[in-house]
Design a protein around this ligand. Structure first.
Ligand SMILES: NC(=O)CC[C@H](N)C(=O)O
Length: 223
């Protein structure tokens, strides 16, 4: 059974839920304090939260922690690396994914449910979805407005949409370029997303649409 490290920085707050979601998806998962090493893991998840209280820019300080060198090495080996919300911010700040997460268009913290269209089912984290599938999960961020000068090095995995999958202005909560909610690297083994799939991993949470992100990742890591 593949084993995943869920990295905890000072201020991370979605680590326990993320561990539960990975376990529910059939994997093993452990919380790993950022000062610990990353030995014997088949993949890494950088969970959401307020690491270093979003000081400077969200994710900027965590991205410079030593453990990120190990995460880069692991990504280079083709292993899965998933960044959720603050984790996505850490991935762009560390250069593992290109682009940046700017403050939301209306500069305030947004906490609500959104619809997403699955735009790419070829990544390590989206294989269990159908092309164009519309899913529902929560967002909770102040800096989620994805921007990149050049989209040449990324693939769009998730886009904000309406209930029917239409990519319209009103469905974009934060002003992100091309309504981007999640992107991956070219290989598809590093993915960052602003919405929280772990908060949509059980019916009693209001949706279990996010579970397939973890199932896809676990299945991939079994190979
Ligand atoms: N839920 C989160 O991970 C929040 C990320 C970050 N603290 C922000 O507000 O943008």
């Amino acid at each position: 059974m593949p084993k995943f490290a869920v990295i905890v920085f000072p201020g991370t707050n979605c680590d326990f839920e993320t561990v539960s979601a990975i376990k529910k998806a059939g994997g093993k998962a452990e919380r790993v304090w950022y000062k610990q090493g990353l030995k014997d893991f088949d993949g890494v998840v950088l969970p959401g939260g307020f690491s270093y209280a979003d000081y400077l820019r969200a994710g900027a300080i965590s991205a410079r922690a030593e453990i990120m060198e190990e995460v880069k090495a692991l990504a280079g080996e083709g292993k899965p690396v998933l960044g959720i919300c603050n984790g996505f911010q850490v991935l762009t700040e560390s250069g593992l994914l290109s682009g940046a997460l700017r403050p939301n268009k209306i500069p305030r913290f947004l906490c609500r449910w959104v619809y997403l269209k699955v735009s790419d089912t070829q990544t390590t984290f989206t294989k269990f979805y159908e092309e164009g599938e519309v899913i529902r999960m929560p967002i909770a961020h102040a800096e989620g407005n994805y921007y990149a000068d050049d989209l040449g090095k990324v693939k769009i995995a998730f886009q904000y949409s309406d209930e029917k999958g239409n990519i319209i202005e009103e469905a974009n909560p934060n002003g992100s370029l091309l309504h981007i909610a999640g992107i991956s690297n070219e290989k598809g083994n590093v993915l960052g997303m602003m919405p929280h799939p772990e908060r949509a991993s059980d019916k009693w949470l209001g949706s279990e649409d996010g579970l397939k992100v973890f199932k896809s990742m676990v299945e991939y890591a079994k190979r």
